[in-house]
Design a protein around this ligand. Structure first.
Ligand SMILES: Cc1cc2nc3c(=O)[nH]c(=O)nc-3n(C[C@H](O)[C@H](O)[C@H](O)COP(=O)(O)OP(=O)(O)OC[C@H]3O[C@@H](n4cnc5c(N)ncnc54)[C@H](O)[C@@H]3O)c2cc1C
Length: 290
């Protein structure tokens, strides 16, 4: 077994190509889920990426916001620069507990592709891009395509996630992340929703929601979704939208909740997210008029 700790991205990619080690960032998924036998037999080589400067950056560009794959959940919710993506900050703040948040990376959350991954959900709502690199080049993949299903992604051998890119149109737009769980800390989502609404309380221009833990991977509605939210968003319309997301879900029954209960929670949480955002918007508008 070897443990590599490269100092730069080119060095890491060269090692990845030549030695094919397993990538490790915070280790909070890997060392909980990987079979113990793998370590005992000393079969695996490891490539630690959490210190790579190229994966540690947060940078605002004209086209959007780039967040390095090794940026941790704690760094996300503490970041002033990331106040323009509050739904992602709210999701980061609920991951595990503070010990986990200090190690859990956004790249690890995406690569692990758990249906209940929290940071993944707002990223899907933002239509984020996964920026990947290997020794032979780089590419970008829409996050909804990159995650194929539970623990399955489009990551190719020799490739790593360098960053997540959020398009500019999602930045600073009213948004919220809500999660239903049993304990409100050190727990896993039963259902989660990230909702983004552009406009104001009387006239929504467009909206999009991503739902987590209620299908093999987080989902949004069709390409028509943004228009479905447009217009006046009264209680009846919000309830009907909640039903659409519930119908689109395909939850499972597990130790945390039954499928039917999860499906009904999808509708409930879409409605709650809508109500919470509308009431924030009304407050902000009220303050602006005073
Ligand atoms: C007690 C506990 C509570 C938790 N609670 C939550 C929770 O509430 N919500 C939640 O979403 N998650 C939770 N998790 C899961 C975990 O903390 C997160 O998914 C975390 O973001 C994983 O990041 P990591 O850096 O630790 O990944 P690692 O464990 O290092 O890696 C996870 C996977 O990603 C791959 N990987 C990592 N970085 C890269 C990269 N740059 N490129 C390519 N592949 C990469 C690894 O090879 C591995 O397959 C919890 C875990 C524990 C132990």
């Amino acid at each position: 077994m070897a443990w590599y700790r490269p100092q730069s991205l080119p060095e890491a990619l060269e090692l990845l190509e030549r030695r094919r080690p397993r990538i490790v960032c915070g280790g909070t998924d890997l060392f909980v889920n990987a079979p113990r036998k793998e370590y005992e037999a000393g079969k695996t080589d490891w490539l630690e990426v959490r210190g790579l400067p190229e994966l540690r950056r947060i940078s605002r560009q004209a086209e959007g916001l780039e967040i390095g794959a090794a940026v941790t959940a704690a760094e996300i919710w503490e970041s002033r620069e990331l106040r323009m993506v509050p739904a992602l900050q709210q999701a980061a703040r609920i991951v595990g507990g503070w010990q986990i948040q200090n190690r859990a990376s956004i790249g690890g959350n995406v690569a692990n592709a758990s249906p209940a991954a929290d940071m993944l959900v707002p990223l899907v709502a933002y239509r984020a891009e996964v920026r990947l690199a290997s020794a032979s080049g780089s590419r970008s993949v829409p996050i909804a395509d990159f995650v194929e299903g539970p623990k399955r992604t489009q990551l190719r051998p020799g490739e790593m996630i360098v960053s997540l890119f959020i398009p500019a149109r999602m930045l600073g737009v009213p948004q919220i992340f809500l999660r239903h769980d049993q304990r409100a800390a050190t727990d896993i989502s039963i259902v989660s929703v990230a909702l983004i609404l552009q406009g104001n309380a009387r006239q929504v221009e467009w909206g999009t929601a991503a739902v987590g833990a209620a299908a093999p991977k987080p989902f949004t509605l069709s390409d028509e979704e943004e228009r479905l939210w447009a217009g006046k968003l009264d209680a009846d319309k919000l309830r009907r939208l909640g039903e659409l997301y519930a119908q689109r879900s395909s939850p499972i029954t597990d130790v945390r909740a039954g499928a039917q209960y999860r499906r009904s929670l999808v509708g409930t949480y879409v409605v709650r997210a809508g109500q919470a955002l509308l009431s924030n918007l009304e407050q902000t508008e009220g303050e602006a008029w005073r």
